[in-house]
Design a binder for this molecule. Structure first.
Ligand code: PLP
Length: 384
């Protein structure tokens, strides 16, 4: 066991899954609790804290504790996907509530806000991601919620979380951050003043592209939080135990993976920044990115592996570059050990404001030289 006077770092705690140790067997890996229901005691009282799987289970709770530790949060709730986590918040808003959200962001979350607005359930105002002046202007006296995705899909605009929280709180609104692009080993959003930190744990937290999961974390565990937990229970969107087991296993290497993805992404960003076939590289780790300084502070320079490149030429050139890659997978998602490339305009659909020549890259942990060579040959081929 750990020495009581020793303060362990998050890297140690997470690598050891919070020093899991089964007192009966000595097992050092948390088990998959498969039961769907739990027997009551001799007085017919439920044995707390569980009574039925839809309310949670030991494996999921263990994964939640790990994320709460990373986020420095009082509590974390895990959902079956990032979207069900985001939707639990949106669903929970009062009828007609006013919300302020980025004009362009992760398309699924934006779609939910717009669908609820179209049905008259919410009033939505927009701001340009990262633009605090426009955010402040969009606020009203009765604004209930500000949504900030940072870094923001697909140009990785950075929002100063502390400043956004100040604006939200001045109007009595809550700030929810989606920092999926920089997981809580890099950005601990609650420490900058966010009320709820949301993550698609499908991405970096799990890191192996074999689970969908979403987390909400907070230090404000009042009635509001209980209602969100109840929403999860009644909608049946709790993360299931096998997925929680995989997530626990994935999170043990979170720091290693994010460090390596950051190193690789830096090499790739610098390589293509001044490239004759590339118009622009959008990566917060590059000093020429408008959010660089804030992101350096908000991530401790763990910028992560998310970037976009805008290729020279036409939309067809961009699609061809994605098609011609042999090492990058042409696939949606991000934050996995394998690198992905995606033509964002094709995936986001009509009406979503995105440069037709933009390719989103999720840089994995492979050899950076292989990734650079792959993009070089694809750019070359798409331009001949
Ligand atoms: C993937 C993603 C989501 C949605 O998460 P799922 O786990 O796919 O449901 C939300 N926000 C961002 C920034 C994402 O990348």
């Amino acid at each position: 066991m750990t020495k009581s006077n020793q303060k362990l770092s998050a890297a140690t705690r997470i690598a050891q899954a919070l020093r899991y140790l089964d007192p009966e067997t000595g097992a050092i890996v948390p088990p998959i609790q498969s039961t769907a229901t739990y027997a009551r005691d001799e007085n017919y009282d439920p044995l707390k804290p569980y009574w039925y799987r839809r309310d949670g289970n030991e494996t999921t709770t263990h994964a939640e504790r790990m994320i709460a530790d990373l986020e420095e949060a009082k509590d974390t709730l895990l959902f079956s996907s990032g979207m069900s986590a985001a939707t639990a918040i949106i669903d929970h808003l009062d009828a007609g509530a006013h919300v302020v959200v980025p004009r362009a962001m992760y398309h699924g979350v934006l779609h939910q806000f717009q669908t609820y607005a179209a049905k008259g359930r919410l009033r939505v105002s927009y701001y340009e991601a990262g633009d605090l002046t426009e955010l402040a202007t969009a606020m009203r006296d009765d604004t209930a919620l500000v949504w900030a995705e940072t870094p923001n899909n697909p140009d990785w605009a950075v929002t100063d979380i502390r400043a956004a929280a100040e604006i939200a709180h001045k109007h009595g609104a809550k700030l929810v951050t989606d920092c999926t692009g920089t997981p809580p080993i890099a950005t601990k959003a609650l420490n900058f003043g966010a009320d709820i930190s949301m993550h698609s744990a499908t991405k970096y937290l799990n890191g192996h592209s074999d689970v969908t999961a979403g987390s909400l974390s907070t230090n404000d565990t009042g009635a509001y939080w209980d209602e969100i937990a109840l929403t999860r229970k009644l909608q049946g969107t709790v993360l299931q135990s096998f997925d929680a087991f995989l997530l626990i296993r994935g999170m043990r290497t979170l720091l290693l993976r994010v460090e390596r993805a950051t190193q690789n992404a830096n090499r790739i960003a610098y390589h293509f920044d001044d490239h004759p076939l590339v118009e622009r590289v959008l990566y917060p780790g590059l000093p020429n990115h408008p959010g660089h300084a804030i992101q350096a502070a908000q991530t401790g320079r763990l910028f992560g592996g998310m970037m976009s490149i805008i290729v020279k030429g036409s939309e067809k050139t961009a699609i061809d570059v994605a098609r011609f890659c042999n090492v990058f997978y042409p696939a949606t998602s991000l934050g996995g050990v394998e690198s992905l490339i995606e033509h964002r305009a094709t995936v986001s659909g009509d009406g979503f404001p995105v440069d037709p020549c933009l390719l989103r890259l999720s840089i994995g942990i492979e050899d950076a030289g292989d990734l650079i060579d792959d993009l070089e040959q694809a750019l070359e081929r798409a331009n001949t």
